[in-house]
Design a protein around this ligand. Structure first.
Ligand code: ATP
Length: 366
């Protein structure tokens, strides 16, 4: 089921009507989510991710704009009639019911032509449980399950009604690191197996990048960029997006362009053809540095952290806007951590320039 968001807007009025300011939680969001894809809604706390999800689910009414499921306008439709499955961060299972009863629960409320016989309900419940691999745990109570298992029950409960759309709001936040990794792979598998159009809200960029077909990066209610995770990482539209994606994060410098050359400090570090003379912010991905005795960017070497295949080089430079520069280089480069300084050349496609006022990207020919 394709989902179309048309100029979707949500404004929360001020609590204090005289002095307070209204909150524009989501501003003029227009986007088509293709059928069967997993979309990651991504951004820092308060950027409007959950509000977007709740409007799609019907739990919150938009202040403006429309939502279509396929060709149907569902903007005014109640949540029960939208055919969405919702999973929240806190699993919200009924503690006094067994896993089986929890999964069966949404089916017991079906009325009219959707009403199922008891046998059909049990069959559906087991089908959903098998999909998330908890069919061995059906007689247990939620308190007898691990966090990851509880979240899988919540997903099974959302899937059992065979929703057209699956909405997941920070579903992995309560899990420890290992379970998070495992459960996100599970979610990806289930999504692929069922082909349900899925929207996944998270503030964790790594999580969103790893499982999404498409990511939507939001800031203060405004969509910044939409695209395949790798494309957004490789080609960020502004400094916010460049900084938000990537671990370790992008290194940001203050620099200038003169005569088609990028200058950091006193050094000409890269050709940037087609850019007029100006001041710029410069983002360099950690993997964009090449240790090179003839390199133009000289940094004070602080530390070399061994990571196995790669090493993480920690250095400083006066032009850097971050306290340290972190670069990731192949461990084949033998870097002596006792050296005073290190010289780098730069990979042009890992270097991004931004306007110092608007922070929008300034492109050069690579
Ligand atoms: P988080 O990751 O912290 O959950 P989020 O990106 O999901 O954040 P939202 O919960 O969508 O953000 O909130 C967006 C903005 O709308 C925030 O500034 C928030 O304070 C505000 N907001 C959310 N719900 C309400 C509400 N019911 N009344 C007033 N303001 C609200």
């Amino acid at each position: 089921m394709k989902i179309v968001l048309q100029n979707l807007t949500k404004i929360f009025p001020a609590r204090d009507k005289k002095n307070g300011k209204e909150t524009i939680a989501v501003s003029d969001f227009t986007f088509t989510i293709p059928d069967g894809k997993l979309v990651g809604l991504l951004g820092p706390s308060g950027c409007g991710k959950s509000t977007t999800l709740y409007m799609i689910s019907g739990l919150q009414a938009p202040s403006g704009g429309k939502i279509f499921f396929g060709e149907d306008d569902v903007t005014e439709l109640s949540p029960e009639n939208r055919g969405v499955g919702l999973v929240f961060q806190n699993y919200a299972l009924y503690p006094h019911m067994t896993v089986k009863q929890n999964i069966l629960f949404p089916l017991q409320n079906l009325r009219g032509e959707d009403k199922l016989t008891k046998e059909q309900m049990i069959e559906r419940a087991y089908e959903a449980a098998r999909l998330v691999q908890i069919d061995e745990l059906m007689e247990r109570k939620p308190s007898e399950l691990s966090g990851g298992q509880q979240q899988r029950v919540a997903i099974a409960r959302a899937l059992v009604k065979m929703p057209k759309v699956l909405l997941l709001d920070e579903p992995l936040s309560n899990l420890d690191a290992r379970l998070r990794l495992q459960t996100r792979e599970e979610i990806r598998r289930i999504q692929k197996e069922t082909g349900i159009t899925t929207i996944f809200v998270t503030h964790d960029q790594e999580e969103a990048m790893s499982i999404s077909d498409i990511i939507v990066v939001m800031k203060l209610g405004v969509v910044q960029q939409v695209g395949a995770p790798q494309d957004v990482y490789d080609d960020p539209t502004n400094l916010f997006v460049a900084k938000f994606l990537g671990t370790p994060p992008i290194n940001v410098f203050k620099g200038a362009v003169k005569g088609g050359k990028l200058i950091l400090g006193e050094s000409e570090v890269l050709d940037v053809p087609g850019v007029d003379d100006r001041e710029v912010f410069v983002g360099i991905r950690p993997e964009g540095f090449i240790p090179d005795v003839n390199g133009a960017l000289e940094c004070k070497l602080n530390n070399v952290e061994v990571m196995g295949r790669d090493v993480s080089v920690v250095s400083t430079n006066e032009a850097s806007l971050n306290p340290i520069i972190r670069s990731i280089v192949d461990s084949d480069y033998k870097i002596d951590k006792n050296d005073e300084s290190i010289k780098f050349s730069l990979k042009p496609h890992k270097v991004f320039l931004f306007d110092v006022e608007t922070e929008e990207r300034i492109r050069f020919e690579v």
